[in-house]
Design a protein around this ligand. Sequence first.
Ligand code: DHB
Length: 520
Amino acid sequence: MNYKLLSAGILLMAGSAVAPARDSSLRFDPTAFSAQTLTMPDGTQVSFKAYEGIYYVTNVEDSVYQSLNIYVPDKLVSSDKVPIFLRTYVGGYAASTAKSPSPADATGRALKEGYVVCIPGSRGSNSTVERNGKTIYTGTAPNGLLDLKAAVRYLRYNDDLIPGSSELIFTDGTSAGGAMSSLLGATGNSHDYDKYLKEMGAADARDDVFAAICYCPITDLNHADMEYEWLYGCTNTGVRHLSEDQMVISDELAAECPAYLNSLGLKDADGNPIDADNYKEYLKTFLIASAHRALQEGCEIPDTIGFTFYQDKQGPMGGGPGGMGPRGPKPDGRGQAGQPPFGDGRQAPSFGPGNAPRFNKTSDFVTGLDLDRYLSYVASVTPLKTPPAFDQMGVLIDTPSPENKVFGNEEGEAANFTDFSLRHRLDNPAAELSKDMRHRVELMNPMNYIGSDKSTVASNWYIRHGAKDRDTSFLVPINLATKLMNTGKNVDFALPWNRPHSGDYNLDDLFNWIKTTLAQ
Ligand code: DHB
């Protein structure tokens, strides 16, 4: 006899409203904390209550990773809108433990702002348990994402007990963590994940979030290889030094990209269609916006990396009276070669609906960009990945990528996750992916959910990908941001100048955006 169902039935018969039965083991205990303090870089002390080691599912498979920490500042922001800043430290699609806040990243800053911070652990490609004398890999895709969704559900389920509002969850992550953040933002409440979350014993609650902060998200994994080669193919015979075999793979992958780009049906901020033919011009607007802003901030941009500049130094932006000065470092040293041009609070222009980068060609510094030249520059700073950049295992090399590992099986065997790489395996080429793998790949791609009716997509997005980050193609974050913008979301997107693959930078900029978003 199911006692809960029976009692709910009795209440229903009595005509009362029935609150969902709550599983006490998933209830937050407001008394179980320790008092802690963080010293911020500027010397200020932030004191908070730390609630640590809380399991967010009832069927814990991996006790090392399936828990979360919650930090509640003693001085909550004085507003009726106290957000919860949920930071995942997933990197390389590996497992990540529930960590403590750091003064060096957005978690410390969020506490200082008076926000509640949640840092969940999650299983990943390298997490294992021993079962019946065997080593079982627990974090194959989509399990890491399921853990993070379960953490969101825990926050919702305990909204009445945890300070802050679970209606104002901001997720944040970098790289594979940025991908996880994008997935949390895109897949809210999708029934595609219900069955798994139920099996795990996740709380019976919604898992959509208010905002997703994504630094260099390594996502759209099943198209990332073609997007990489389509963009960087111009460097194959130059700085990239590909072998003939690699060149063949690169060309074949690149040839698959236009159909994908065209299938997205993207539009720029003015509503003009973006397709494979004009895509590179679209990409250039973001890079030019980034360089343009860098110059305004006093950064020196060499003449050799592809940008052309407005020459009239007497013009409104030139070095004449009232102008902004010639290109060159500022007296304080900002903009020196090798130095990030932006301190906190300064950023490349970004777009939201109606806020596309626009330039007055007669008065601005940057007038054009030789994209191939710039891409060669990016490739010369950090050597590019070899093709296929992501689903690489078994094609030209045996080594599995982080993505091959996370799409592996419980025995720890890595796997291919695209038809292309399966077909191009030197040993035992297979015709196509299994139905199960196709489903797993689908669950791990936010692009499948944005603009669909399958999920509740976050309303607010902050997406950054460094202008010299070659870990994935620029197409990946641009497509993500553009699809979100096209579906009416509030999107703040930029390719910050001189940034390599990294996250949680320009925190003034990020937290200003958070404040603006909360005020809307
Ligand atoms: C990460 C970086 C990569 O280049 C990649 O393919 C996957 C993950 C990371 O830093 O998380």
